[in-house]
Design a protein around this ligand. Structure first.
Ligand code: SF4
Length: 343
């Protein structure tokens, strides 16, 4: 059985041709799925009845079940979604002044085990399919359309490491970019990684102008290794080479995420080391005061410490923003809502 939500328009046209149909039927079906949120062939009223019957026998359309929606302040909504095999995954809708952003998960769980992350603690379950990743965005789009809004930005920053599920994650972006569907520009998409060096190089060669966001979280191998096991596989030096290559190939400035954790990576000397590391990178740093999680005793730095850290970076001419706490009040430390639900 073919999962039609997994297919790009040209693939859907080919599929229709393989069924002995004119190729334009593929575009009609793509539009039903991605513009009208159809999840059954009976809804596709401009398709002949025998074709609808044939499709029921040969294909299906993935649709995630919305288990719950939890609203926070500042327009943040966290969706808990269920896959066909009863995995609970998360997507977050955020409203910024420049439009609606959908933050999508790419895996059920995660194998990277970053020590500050609830998803890492829970472990890995499986990769999501492109259709499941796309459907997270469609579930959000269906909601916001009711008040005339449109998902304009995609960030792969939910549960999972997108570059460990490269094919499905990037295919989902191509599908979401299609003009027959949501038509979201690649420039309004962000791929976040904990530092999967071969994946960064592969993405650079993809030649789609998405923003690359790297979870750095420490300026030295020593500190990073304690926070992020991936640093034993790929050192900071290897990561810096890969991000420089990404910038060279795509012309896009790389964003570095840095979760500030009290007494772990928030000292003045960490800030100076970080400035030194990034000054050649023409990078942008997002400082994220840590969302506390139950399972670890990591603490959020004081506001004075956060301000001091960002000032050191700014004084060294490293562009920096302190991320506002969207989602903190809906347990947006990644993986947390899913774990609460599963208990
Ligand atoms: S921070 Fe990201 S890469 Fe690290 S464990 Fe959590 S989901 Fe995985």
């Amino acid at each position: 059985m073919e999962d039609l939500k997994n297919l790009l328009p040209n693939e859907l046209r080919d599929f229709m041709v393989s069924l002995g149909q004119p190729s334009y039927r593929g575009d009609q079906i793509f539009s039903w799925i991605h513009r009208h949120f159809a999840s059954s062939f009976d809804e596709m009223t401009n398709l002949p009845l025998p074709l609808r019957q044939r499709l029921k026998e040969t294909a299906f359309i993935t649709r995630l079940n919305v288990l719950s929606k939890k609203e926070g302040s500042k327009g943040t909504v966290k969706y808990l979604l269920e896959t066909h095999d009863s995995n609970a995954i998360e997507a977050v809708r955020m409203e910024y002044e420049y439009g609606i952003t959908a933050c999508l998960s790419t895996q059920a769980g995660c194998m990277r085990a970053c020590s500050f992350c609830a998803s890492g603690i829970a472990g890995f379950v499986r990769n999501l399919t492109a259709s499941e990743i796309v459907d997270e965005a469609l579930r959000i789009q269906e909601d916001v359309e009711s008040f005339g809004a449109h998902v304009g930005n995609i960030v792969l920053m939910g549960t999972g490491e997108p570059l460990d599920n490269y094919d499905a994650s990037i295919k989902a972006l191509y599908i979401l970019n299609s003009q027959l569907g949501l038509g979201i520009s690649f420039r309004r998409m962000t791929v976040s990684t904990c530092g999967v060096v071969p994946g960064i190089r592969r993405l650079a060669e993809e030649e789609i102008p998405v923003t690359l966001s790297v979870s750095l979280h420490a300026p030295t191998d020593d500190v990073r290794q304690r926070l992020m096991p991936i640093n034993r596989q790929y050192s900071i030096a290897q990561l810096m080479d890969a991000t420089a290559y990404y910038r060279e190939r795509t012309g896009r400035r790389v964003t570095f995420e840095y979760a500030l954790i009290r007494d772990v990576n928030d000292s003045d000397s960490h800030a100076y080391q970080l400035a030194n590391l990034l000054k050649q990178q023409s990078a942008h740093v997002n400082l994220i005061p840590l969302n506390p999680i139950d399972e670890r005793d990591y603490m959020r730095p004081t506001t004075a410490r956060i301000n001091r850290f960002s000032k050191i970076l700014r004084n060294a001419s490293v562009p920096v923003t302190v991320r506002r706490d969207l989602g903190l009040d809906v347990n947006a430390a990644c993986g947390q809502l899913r774990r609460r639900y599963c208990r």
